[in-house]
Design a protein around this ligand. Structure first.
Ligand SMILES: NC(=O)c1ccc[n+]([C@@H]2O[C@H](COP(=O)([O-])OP(=O)(O)OC[C@H]3O[C@@H](n4cnc5c(N)ncnc54)[C@H](OP(=O)(O)O)[C@@H]3O)[C@@H](O)[C@H]2O)c1
Length: 282
């Protein structure tokens, strides 16, 4: 009997995540996706089963803007499966104004960095148990626009929506690279990626704020969510990247990331801050 592959994807209800789940389900893998809305999750699950014929698609309700919910999600995974092969931290936000998570943490930092940080760390024993296994973090080319503002990590003194998003995606890259270093020899790899500039709800929310001419031109450059899922699916399934860890991918190729993503001191400092935060909110 063929070995059962279990892949967990966060944010599987729309955009790139939904297409990632669909494409992975089409390979015959067992795919579990997280959703914050159960009714939406049921509908997406039915749609994907119908389209792919793969009944091994399941969902877990999880709000990544709550660290308690992330813990509950990891517990639910542990109860149901003894190992997982791939974790794709896909879910993300780009809020139009400064918002806070249920724990009172700035939302980009909470959802785009702290949630994947906690979920990955909680699920590492399951990934190690199923090694070779892969952690895949959906970052963004926008990370090159960011730096880590340790003096005002949560934008309390000054908030710029793109700067906050870029910082969270750089933080995710620093995390990915530290994870890859720490996991050397365990059979678990960690890589990050840019999915492309994709015509999803996240992008369209920003397009709606553009002047009509700019919006018209910009919309013509967008790729589809299905195309946006391709690098995640490649990193989850391709034997070509079985041994690759700590890399940043775009269009299924390892490409250079911002030099700031290699700053080991920042990575350590950020890890300590993340650990303190996730300890605070149980
Ligand atoms: N679109 C782009 O051009 C682009 C470019 C670079 C990187 N990315 C990254 O790609 C990833 C997917 O983005 P997308 O474009 O597909 O955006 P999207 O269509 O807005 O989808 C985001 C997904 O994340 C989920 N999500 C948001 N907040 C959540 C929360 N608090 N708890 C749990 N789930 C939550 C959403 O759930 P709901 O369905 O319930 O809303 C949805 O499934 C993100 O990490 C994004 O930063 C996107």
């Amino acid at each position: 009997m063929a070995e059962q592959r279990i892949i967990l994807v966060t944010g599987g209800t729309s955009g790139i995540g939904k297409e990632t789940v669909k494409q992975l389900a089409a390979t015959g893998a067992s795919v579990v996706f997280t959703a914050r809305d159960e009714a939406k999750a049921k509908q997406v699950r039915e749609e994907i089963i119908k389209e792919t014929g793969n009944t091994g698609v399941e969902y877990l309700v999880c709000n990544l803007a709550s660290l308690a919910s992330v813990r509950a999600c990891a517990d639910a995974v542990k109860e149901r499966w003894s190992g997982i092969n791939v974790l794709i931290n896909n879910a993300g936000v780009l809020p139009q104004e400064r918002q806070e998570s249920e724990d009172g943490i700035e939302l980009n930092l909470a959802v785009n960095f702290l949630a994947p940080f906690l979920l990955t760390n909680l699920l590492l024993p399951l990934l190690k148990a199923n090694a070779p296994a892969r952690v895949i973090n959906v970052s963004s080319s926008m990370h090159t626009e960011g730096d880590i503002d340790f003096a005002d990590l949560e934008g309390k003194n000054h908030f710029d929506k793109y700067k906050a998003y870029a910082q969270s995606k750089l933080a995710l890259l620093l995390f990915t690279r530290k994870l890859a270093r720490d996991l050397k020899g365990t059979g678990v790899t960690a890589n990050a990626l840019h999915p492309g500039v994709v015509g999803t709800e996240m992008t369209m929310r920003n397009v709606r704020g553009m002047n009509p001419v700019t919006a018209f031109v910009f919309k013509r450059t967008l790729i589809s969510p299905a195309q946006g899922a391709e690098t995640s699916v490649y990193l989850a399934t391709s034997p070509e990247v079985a041994e690759v860890s700590g890399a940043y991918f775009d269009k299924k190729k390892a490409v250079p990331a911002s030099p700031l993503a290699d700053d080991k001191e920042s990575a350590e400092k950020l890890w300590d801050i993340a650990e303190t935060n996730v300890m605070l909110y149980k």
